[in-house]
Design a protein around this ligand. Structure first.
Ligand code: SF4
Length: 371
C-alpha cells in the first residue's frame, strides 16, 4: 500500500493533475509512488510474478514489465490477474502490443512515441482504447531514442529537445481529448535531467514520472538518482519515481523508498545513526553498525538506533536516537534517549541492542505509530 505522507516538508508540491494507475493515484498531491521494472523474461510468468512479489514486499507500488514480443504480450493477462500491484506494460516499436496490453487489463501502458511506428496515425486509436478501458498512459521520452528531427534541430538530446518531444506527444493526446497520462523525460546526466524536468514542469500540469535513465551500477546509480530526485523533489517536482540501477530490481525499490523516507515524503522506518569512528573509537564501529542494520532491516517502526564508537562523545551526540550504544574498554553503554540504562560486555552489544530495539518497535506498533 502507498504510504500516507504526501506533502513535502521542504517545499509545496507542484500542482499536477491526477491520474490513476490502477488503484494507485499519481499526481494531484497523491503520495509519491515508487516504481520498478522486472528484468525477467515477461513471458516467463512464474519468474516474473516471483520478482513482482519481491518488489512488492520491498515497498514497490507499481511495476512495469517489458513487452518486446508476442509471447510477452500473451503473458500479460495472467501477470495482471496475479500481480498484487498494478502492472504497466512497457512498449516500444509495435503498437499492436499496446492494444493487447490494454485488453489484458494492464493498469497503464508506457509508450515512447518517438519509436512507435506511425505513431501519428495510431496515437488517436491508442487514446481511444485507453479511454474505453479507463486506463492511463505514460509518454516516456528518452535521450537515447529522441525523435530524429528534434535531435537534428536541437543538436542533441538537450533539455529543450526532450521537452519539445514530450510537448509534441502531449498535444497529440490532448488534441483527441485524452488527458490521463503522465510524462517522463529521462536523461543519464544528472544536470541535464534536472534541467529537463524543471523546464517540462513549467509548461503544464501533467503528473511527472522521475527517472535518471541508464544511471549505472548500484553505487553510481544510487548517487545519481538521489541527487536528481532530491533536487527536483526539494522543489516540489515529481509525482512518481523509478530508480534505474544495473542491479537486481529490488535494490531500485529499496533506494526509492529510502530516498522518499529521507525526503520526508514517506513515513520513516528503522534508521541507523552511526558515527564514522575516529582515533577515539574503542570498538569496530563499521562491523557493529552493519550487524545492527542487518538485524533490524525489516523493522517498520520509525525507530532510530545509534552506534557510537566511544563513550566520550557517543551518548551526547546520539541523544536524538531512541536507543544506542557507546563503546569503550571492551564494554558497551546502552542508552535510551541519551540516558545510559546499562553496560554490557562487547560481545553482547548487538544482541542487547536488537532485543531492546524490537521491544521499542513493538511498543510503537501498539501505540499506533506505525503506518
Ligand atoms: Fe570518534 Fe567517538 Fe565521535 Fe565516534 S563518537 S566519531 S569514536 S569521537
Amino acid at each position: 500500500p502507498v504510504a500516507l505522507t504526501s506533502e513535502s516538508p521542504l517545499h509545496p508540491r507542484r500542482k499536477s493533475r491526477r491520474i490513476m494507475v490502477g488503484p494507485v493515484p499519481v499526481g494531484g498531491g497523491a503520495p509519491i509512488s515508487v516504481q520498478s521494472m522486472t528484468n525477467t523474461l515477461t513471458a516467463d510468468v512464474p519468474a516474473t510474478l516471483q520478482q513482482i512479489a519481491e518488489l512488492t514486499a520491498a515497498g514497490c507500488d507499481i511495476v512495469r514489465v517489458a513487452v518486446p514480443s508476442q509471447d510477452d504480450a500473451d503473458a500479460l493477462p495472467e501477470i495482471v490477474r496475479k500481480s498484487p500491484i498494478p502492472v504497466i506494460a512497457d512498449i516500444h516499436f509495435q503498437s499492436k502490443y499496446v492494444f493487447q496490453a490494454i485488453d489484458a487489463g494492464c493498469a497503464a501502458v508506457r509508450v515512447n512515441p518517438g519509436n512507435i511506428r506511425k505513431f501519428d496515425q495510431v496515437g488517436p486509436d491508442i487514446c481511444k482504447a485507453a479511454t474505453d478501458a479507463g486506463i492511463s498512459l505514460r509518454i516516456g521520452v528518452n535521450a537515447g531514442s529522441l525523435d530524429k528531427e528534434l535531435y537534428a534541430k536541437y543538436g542533441g538530446p538537450t533539455p529543450e529537445a526532450l521537452v519539445a518531444s514530450a510537448l509534441k506527444e502531449a498535444r497529440m493526446f490532448e488534441d483527441v481529448g485524452f488527458h490521463d497520462f503522465k510524462i517522463s523525460v529521462k536523461h543519464h546526466d544528472v544536470i541535464t535531467m534536472v534541467e529537463t524536468y524543471r523546464l517540462l514542469a513549467s509548461k503544464g500540469d501533467w503528473p511527472l514520472h522521475l527517472g535518471v535513465t541508464e544511471a549505472g551500477p548500484a553505487w553510481q546509480g544510487t548517487i545519481k538518482s538521489c541527487l536528481a530526485f532530491g533536487a527536483l523533489l526539494a522543489e516540489g517536482i515529481g509525482d512518481t519515481i523509478r530508480v534505474s540501477l544495473s542491479a537486481p530490481p529490488v535494490e531500485e525499490v529499496k533506494v526509492g523508498c529510502k530516498l522518499l523516507e529521507y525526503m520526508g515524503l514517506r513515513p520513516r522506518k528503522f534508521d541507523i545513526i552511526s558515527c564514522p569512528s575516529c582515533g577515539r573509537a574503542q570498538v569496530d564501529v563499521i562491523q557493529l553498525a552493519s550487524a545492527v542494520t542487518e538485524g533490524l532491516k525489516d523493522v517498520t517502526a520509525p525507530i532510530r538506533v545509534a552506534v557510537m564508537g566511544c563513550i566520550v562523545n557517543g551518548p551526547g551526540e546520539a541523544r536524538e536516537a531512541d536507543l544506542g550504544v557507546a563503546s569503550g574498554n571492551g564494554k558497551g553503554q546502552i542508552f535510551i534517549k541519551g540516558k545510559v540504562i546499562k553496560t554490557v560486555p562487547e560481545d553482547q552489544i548487538v544482541d542487547t541492542l536488537l532485543t531492546i530495539a524490537n521491544d521499542i518497535a513493538a511498543q510503537m506498533e501498539a501505540d499506533g505509530q506505525v503506518p
